[in-house]
Write a protein that binds this ligand. Sequence first.
Ligand code: F6R
Length: 614
Amino acid sequence: MCGIIGYIGTRDATPLLIEGLRRLEYRGYDSAGIAYLSEGRLKIQRAVGKLSSLEAVLSRDLSPSHLGIGHTRWATHGKPTEENAHPHRAGAIALIHNGIIENYRVLRDTLVASGRDFSSETDTEVIAHLIDRRYQTGVSFKQAVSETLTQIEGSFALCIICEDEPQQMIAVRRGSPLTIGMGSKEFFVASDVQAFVAQTSEAIFLDDGEMAHFSDNGVCFYDAEGRSQSKQATTLSHDQSFTGKGTFRHFMQKEIHEQSRAIMDTLFGRVSQQAEAVCPDDLIQAAPSLGKVDLARSRRILLVGCGTSWHSALIGKFFFEAIAGIPTEVDIASEFRYRNPPLSKGDLLIATSQSGETADTLAALREAQIKGVQTLAICNVVGSTLSREAGRVLYTRAGPEIAVASTKAFTTQLVAFFLLACFFGQTRKTLPVKLRKQLVRELLAIPHKIDILMAQEQAVATIAKQYFRCRDFLFLGRNLHYPVALEGALKLKEVSYIHAEGYPAGEMKHGPIALIDEHMPVVVIVPRDHVREKVISNIMEVKARDGKIIAVTHGDDAEAAALADAVISTPEVSPYLSPILTVIPLQMLAYHVALLRGSDIDQPRNLAKSVTVE
Ligand code: F6R
């Protein structure tokens, strides 16, 4: 949510800022802007809408610079207008911000009363005024920033420059993520390593409350109390680097197609083909200070996440209960932290997140840690706040997910949950050896089955052509496929803006059935397991009311095909693993419907990929 980038060094800053913003645009695209120092003057250029609008403005007027900051905005306070676009300036100070300043009203009123004029409706502008006001008293730039930080409440990642200090830049974080790219005689500041990984692979992750001060002497780090810190750089691996769309029209389509490769990476080194077992050594990375904790002995598991990650957690619950025999609860992260759940020492909280930066998920993790509960992260982005704060992390290794709508993050999370449940079941002896071997064999066959499933894309596109003008969709599933129905509905609404609901098929008769008529397409996931007959009955109920059935089946299913208006079959697999396959046609359906409706698939309106505000 909002992407920020800063550069200080020997090269021309603006092309690097623009390239960085391009890689951060998934974080928000309501407006974009840059500020840079050129010939001793601070210059700011901003434009409403996507980065391309800013580029169009920039091409008219750009002078060389070695210091600058850039921002791509997801609007919180104030509409997406040029006045509200970052960077914001007050006097000699210009800054960019990701986060929310909670006490900005009081601060703004005080500043206005003291004669300060505001040019935007944002919470951010107060920070620029506060720093400038201090700076005008004669203290140093760094001192002015430090003193201001004591006044502001909320979450922020800031990158600040000063017209009088062409050799200085300051970056600071509280709550929102910030990383430093360490180049040769140059430094980058960014919300995410994606912004600079093409320039340098050496990164330093700022911890909460920390500040980085760049000057002639290089960079110095300080903790929240202003004490000097020494920080270790991490070398970023190649799989964290941003890649283009290749031959695909959109990142979403590319990422749907990457799922086979992504799952192979999730499995790599974590499953022994010979022993047909899960290898614990490579499964979970733990901070050395945490020692060896036997997570498998947890008495209860609590799963938290948001959006798609919450849906994968709903399926994870089935795995932990059925395979490892551990009672498991699932919460939406934003609900968990405010309902004050009773937690006890034997609990294990698993926080799941693609980005590892979702504010609600981080808050849930911190809440659990305060209450003394063991924590683990299932996360995609290496070095993200969640992965570092959880102490233990199982990386999903999906690779960069650029499209705002999550696809490969979901299926790799399912594989991660499954591996963990099998490992716990192995350790607790709740998973019979014969079944374990069968499941591991099936798991290893999943990437190939996904490759087979990809051949269905044309058939899905044909179905999309029939239904893309519909106003509403219903998605039904039971058991493990209820969360798949939720995910199918979420994907469709995100990228096509069609109203869609996911429902447990058995609940339909308790209300949603009232919506069904001849205009309503109902996507039903038809399983091969013990609830199959119930789902077939639900299809009959829809048909009796003239609803249109799109069936997602396991293998060739003549019975379902005879009842449905359209069928997409997925390769047969163990019922546990089938959500990994059945969700893929739903992702494709959302993509092709959105394509026909002409929506902005990779950057749907109002959304941002990394939701770093509550
Ligand atoms: C849906 C989607 C969102 C995210 C949610 C959590 O396609 O992308 O619902 O799943 O914002 O994000 P992470 O997983 O990064 O915590």
